[in-house]
Design a protein around this ligand. Sequence first.
Ligand SMILES: *Cc1c(COP(=O)(O)O)cnc(C)c1O
Length: 400
Amino acid sequence: MQKTDDNLCIISPQYVMPEIRLSSPHMGGKEITFVQQAFNTNWVAPLGPNVDAFEDRIVKHTGCGHAAVLNSGTAALHLALVLLGVGVDDLVICQSFTFSASANPIRYQGAVPVFVDSETETWNMCPQALEDSIKRCLAGRVGSGPKMPKAIVTVDLYGMPAKMNEIREVADRFGIPIIEDAAEALGSTYEDKFCGTFGDIGIFSFNGNKIITSSGGGALVSKKEQFVKRARFLATQAREDYAHYEHRELGYNYRMSNISAGIGRGQMEVLAERVDQRRHNYACYREALEGYPGLEFIDEPKKAFSNRWLSTLLFRPRQTGGISREDVRVGLQKENIESRPLWKPMHMQPVFSDMPYIGGSVAQDLFLDGLCLPSGSNLSKEERDRVICGVRNVLERRNT
Ligand SMILES: *Cc1c(COP(=O)(O)O)cnc(C)c1O
């Protein structure tokens, strides 16, 4: 692994340094061929051969059983809730430490998200907090009266697999289905099984910042063909099989276009490479920065393999001599480097302030001290070294 020469850590004026982004798209080369094919055949509409091929590649790569590609990961989460019959005033348990798209669709359905805390090993849903939250729902201490939660939304945040065996054990004991939000975890595995395949329904995102992108899109996956077929039907305005337009249920316009799917199809060919590149970013940052007091990196638990979608670390001000993640973020910004705090937990968000929360301060603590460093698979060694120098400059107070 390369070493960063400390002498190179000088502050350069912003105007000469090009911006380093957090996570930008990275095309492999084949995408344009599939898009061109769509143009050549005038198959620019939703559905089409790229859609079928993209779905097929997802199924073959992850072993998820069946897949329907959609126009966003959020749409996939929304349809997952619809498929599980989540409706007005139902309770849905949801990991609090996540991006808002995990929770918003619960509100689209008029249901109540019951937010639960994370554990410190994977930063994902704490199985104990999950069990507590279910018991509280059953005891009528959450929402209006005793109720069995309708679904559990777990997340594999930043690509790190959640403790799915423990979560599954609790869910099965109460007979509650799991939606696995693997939007950030395509290519991650636990016990050699791919993330997205642990829930009753899984979802992926191909948004522009994710490990691969279709310039916007998502997928709903399941071992149950019935779910995926019905998702496809609902995503196509719930149009019945008639010559005229016949609708018996509420439908959605959630399908992916053949153009987007061409990009996604091309990206699937480089997914494994993208995982290696993102993991390499993480390894380099860790190697270069680990010695500093107060910096914490998260290990992969045994049998877990993270795609390391974003390289994350914690800055503990009590051990860094008072330097916070915000100091580092601002310091990097001065050098035209984009970094970002970890996700702000849902139970701390104004939009969800009336929603119940069960757990302690793990998620809040991660938000307060955590930072995501530039993590694109297209980062050059020089760019990564600039990031490392930028962080060192703050820690060694060279840029104040
Ligand atoms: C990106 C993301 C989503 C939403 O996916 P979109 O394709 O942007 O709609 C959902 N959950 C998590 C955890 C995400 O990071």
